[in-house]
Design a protein around this ligand. Structure first.
Ligand SMILES: Nc1ncnc2c1ncn2[C@@H]1O[C@H](COP(=O)(O)OS(=O)(=O)O)[C@@H](OP(=O)(O)O)[C@H]1O
Ligand SMILES: Nc1ncnc2c1ncn2[C@@H]1O[C@H](COP(=O)(O)OP(=O)(O)O)[C@@H](O)[C@H]1O
Length: 197
């Protein structure tokens, strides 16, 4: 479909924009079950980065599904398309020089790998928010697990829809017993120690 479209190489490019912003653009990709803490941690982490003068942008599942992906549901096919669109948007923000944070369940390894492959080496940092299903269900911040268990919601991740745990995430968070602030600080320090922010 795009065979007659020629890619334009502009003189102001990713490198010049990144240099001007004085940062290395990247995608910090948070994945995990509903209620695992993705939005909470992404929000706290973005605040920390922002306070350090970083140029960030947070793409969050619930918000994107109101707009760009408002036509998509929760079948496997729609989730694949959801993550494909988000990956392309994340790539554009990286091209603009930003540190992008994403907070989507993103249940399939192949789709997370799709985003990784769209980007340059070391630009994709997969963060597995590994909160067990039982804990997420206990938290149930939006009352969705209750609805899924009663059959009111179908295809709910972890109940009757698959979640594929990351095979080798750059960061693996298993700290569901500490406060969100403590986990966000831990995440921030891990990212700094690896030179990813
Ligand atoms: N069936 C079903 N399964 C999972 N989640 C559901 C479902 N229906 C609605 N929701 C709400 O949608 C949020 C997940 O959207 P995502 O775009 O992150 O999902 S996905 O990556 O395409 O799988 C998810 O948000 P989070 O709780 O923040 O993860 C839910 O609030
Ligand atoms: N260590 C922690 N990290 C992240 N969230 C936590 C933690 N401990 C408790 N929580 C709570 O768990 C809930 C996670 O909800 P949310 O961030 O919306 O998850 P998700 O975006 O993955 O669906 C929030 O109410 C948050 O306060």
């Amino acid at each position: 479909m795009t065979s007659n479209v020629v890619w334009h190489q502009h003189e102001v490019n990713k490198q010049t924009r990144a240099d001007s912003l004085k940062q290395a653009p990247r995608v910090l990709w948070l994945t995990g079950l509903s209620g695992s803490g993705k939005s909470t941690l992404a929000n706290l982490l973005e605040k920390k980065l922002f306070e350090q003068g970083k140029h960030t942008y947070l793409l969050d599942g619930d918000n994107i599904r109101h707009g760009l992906c408002g036509d998509l549901g929760f079948s496997d096919k729609d989730r694949v398309e959801n993550i494909r669109r988000i990956s392309e948007v994340a790539k554009l923000f990286v091209d603009a020089g930003n540190i992008v944070l994403t907070a989507f369940i993103s249940p399939f390894q192949a789709d997370r790998d799709y985003c990784r492959k769209l980007l340059d080496d070391n630009e994709f940092v997969e963060v597995y928010v590994d909160t067990p299903l039982a804990v997420c269900e206990q938290r149930d911040p939006k009352g969705l697990y209750k609805k899924a268990r009663s059959g009111e919601i179908k295809d709910f991740t972890g109940i009757d829809s698959t979640y594929e745990a990351p095979a080798s995430p750059e960061i693996h968070l298993t700290y569901q017993d500490e406060t969100p602030e403590a986990t966000a600080e831990r995440l921030f320090e891990l990212l700094k120690s690896k030179g990813w922010v």
